[in-house]
Ligand binder design. Structure first.
Ligand code: SF4
Length: 186
């Protein structure tokens, strides 16, 4: 019922394409495993990844490359100056495994606010960047570092800490993914 109400609000509030992507994401959240089904190890990994997303995002704060990387690109990436890596479709970013990880760590789809703007890429991408807290983003959102961003982080001395956190997040995500795959094996 609450999901249906959210879908209605999204239809009134957003361009049709964003509302459709949000509806698809809502279905994915509804299908995500409960903590009882996923098991204690998966829940512990989900919480570990949530903490790492926050820590890694703080370590990346203020990177200037992310504010201008889309400038001059064709649509949808070029709609706004930043966030080129956010210009993919929502369902390709929030895969089933990503949604399972976020959901098990406590994120509620109904509380994920999308920007009131044109839809250009991920449903949560807007003119000022991402509308989600790092804790609620997909792991790939925080872990992905393009060549230009890596260069900037090397130049300002942050790269080794960012690399350490990315490796920890990648390791936890790989283990989480293997648990999810095992759950789906016949
Ligand atoms: S959730 Fe945020 S960071 Fe991730 S792709 Fe969407 S706009 Fe970008």
């Amino acid at each position: 019922m609450l999901i249906a109400a959210r879908r209605l609000v999204d239809r009134l509030r957003h361009p049709r394409s964003r509302a459709d992507e949000l509806a698809g994401l809502g279905r994915r959240f509804a299908a995500a495993p409960s903590p009882e089904i996923a098991g204690a190890e998966a829940v512990a990994l989900a919480l570990e990844m949530r903490a790492l997303r926050v820590e890694l995002s703080a370590a990346l704060a203020g990177a200037t490359g992310c504010t201008r990387c889309s400038r001059g690109h064709p649509l949808p990436a070029g709609r706004w100056d930043g966030g080129h890596c956010c210009s993919g479709r929502t369902e390709q970013i929030f895969t089933e495994v990503e949604v399972a990880a976020i959901s098990l760590a406590g994120t509620n789809f109904l509380r994920l606010a999308a920007p009131r703007s044109d839809h250009a890429g991920c449903a949560f991408r807007g003119p000022t960047g991402c509308s989600l807290d790092p804790a609620d983003r997909a792991n790939i959102c925080v872990r992905y570092v393009c060549v230009d961003l890596e260069r900037e982080l090397r130049d300002d001395g942050r790269w080794s800490e960012v690399r350490r956190l990315r490796a920890a997040l990648a390791k936890a995500f790989a283990r989480f993914t293997s648990l999810q795959s095992a759950d789906h094996d016949p």
